[in-house]
Write a protein that binds this ligand. Structure first.
Ligand SMILES: C[S@@+](CC[C@H](N)C(=O)[O-])C[C@H]1O[C@@H](n2cnc3c(N)ncnc32)[C@H](O)[C@@H]1O
Length: 314
């Protein structure tokens, strides 16, 4: 880290999601995470991504640990309901007893009653490349895992890690973005958007898909509009749209159907994230869109890979 940054993000992902995570971090931060770490000035809620474990907001740093403690004391922090935690970043080899001692050191620098179970703020210390950092820690909320047990599913439903990433990429983490899930299926993408507080609407040509999406949303107490319509007849405009194309495995699809779906969605939004099982670059271009970024997600044990295309209007 040459320059001073406001935040340190830590990441966790399985190897098969590595390219997806890097695509997401390029889209959210304008650069890739490296060794599960990323320094940035962008403020992103870790819970919008399936891969960001923590966000550490840097308040102070020093190469000299004693000096850092002195500087924390000088901040004269007085607050009740706080917790102190040691954040282990990738590459930090500090042994557990030492980490425990250091988090206590930090706790003693803060005036007020701590709350270890439901803290209102977590002050934290971490170490990276010979430098000690003090700051505020925000952790990923993994409650979205409950969506794995949605009441209605089908074989074409996308996996929830990918669904969550599609939402973060489409919105770039901006909660004001108006999103459309153009082929909502059973609503896997919509559930992730609703969980993270994004505004989303969905549509699907099949009544049963719409009914199942509505039931899935209601099951988790989310509310969002779901339209039973062919995307070509939908007229509402959005900031960004997600299109998980029919895969031709269980529903029929060909180049002309895919072209129509992409062209119809392009009329409704300027930014479109498309999921396909084949190379559709030519069809994307034909729809008047350019691919600004992309990746392929291989899934262990699955017959096909999924391509994710980040597209903008030319
Ligand atoms: C791959 S599935 C989407 C799965 C969804 N992402 C999920 O996880 O449940 C594709 C969906 O596109 C819908 N679809 C196909 N043609 C459509 C059209 N012209 N307009 C709207 N939806 C369409 C299908 O009914 C199907 O539910």
């Amino acid at each position: 880290m040459g320059k001073k940054h406001k935040y340190i993000y830590s990441f966790k992902y399985d190897i098969h999601n590595s390219d997806l995570c890097k695509l997401e971090s390029r889209q959210l931060f304008g650069k890739e995470e490296k060794n599960n770490l990323l320094f940035s000035d962008y403020k992103v809620n870790p819970s919008v991504s399936p891969f960001i474990k923590t966000r550490f907001e840097i308040i102070l740093y020093s190469e000299d640990y004693r000096q850092l403690l002195k500087n924390i004391e000088e901040q004269n922090i007085q607050t009740n309901g706080f917790k102190a935690e040691y954040l282990v970043l990738n590459g930090d080899t500090t042994a557990y007893p030492e980490r425990l001692k250091k988090l206590k050191d930090v706790g003693f620098c803060i005036e007020g009653d701590p709350d270890y179970k439901t803290p209102s703020i977590i002050y934290s210390i971490c170490h990276h490349k010979n430098r000690w950092y003090f700051g505020i820690l925000k952790k990923h909320n993994s409650d979205w895992f409950k969506h794995r047990k949605k009441p209605h599913s089908f074989s074409s439903a996308i996996n929830i890690d990918i669904a969550k990433t599609l939402v973060s990429i489409a919105s770039k983490g901006n909660k004001k973005t108006q999103l459309l899930d153009a082929c909502c299926g059973v609503g896997t993408v919509m559930l992730e958007a609703c969980f993270s507080g994004f505004k989303i609407e969905g549509c699907d040509i099949h009544w049963r898909a719409c009914q199942n999406t509505r039931k899935n949303l209601a099951h988790f107490n989310y509310s969002a509009n779901v339209y039973r319509t062919d995307i070509k007849d939908h007229t509402t405009k959005y900031d960004a749209a997600i299109v998980d194309l029919p895969y031709n495995l269980y529903t029929f699809s060909n180049d002309s159907i895919i072209s129509n779906l992409i062209e119809s969605t392009a009329k409704l939004a300027g930014r479109i994230i498309i999921v396909s099982t084949s190379d559709i670059k030519a069809l994307i271009k034909k729809a008047g869109l350019k691919v600004s970024d992309s990746c392929t997600v291989e899934k262990k044990g699955k017959k096909f890979a999924r391509n994710i295309w980040v597209c903008e209007k030319i």
